[in-house]
Design a protein around this ligand. Sequence first.
Ligand SMILES: [Zn+2]
Length: 88
Amino acid sequence: MIQTCPSCGSTEIIPDQGILAYQEDRDRCPVFAMLFEPTPEKHPLLWAPEVVRADFRAAICGVCGYAQLYASNAPALLQAYKSGWTIK
Ligand SMILES: [Zn+2]
């Protein structure tokens, strides 16, 4: 994670913070990215796609508020993306 803010140059960085969102029907839930395996032409009746999920952590500058997000599962997300998996 960043040690120095790229916006203001401060080293007052708050590291490794969870990112939560509020939804109407739920309390808080983490912000995440998900990629789904494409549907094969032939598959069993009861088939569900494989999923890769990446949660986000943030480094936040305590002076100017600049925030940088990091995906927890970047290598698996990249492999899925290169394999044609998509967001549904
Ligand atoms: Zn800053």
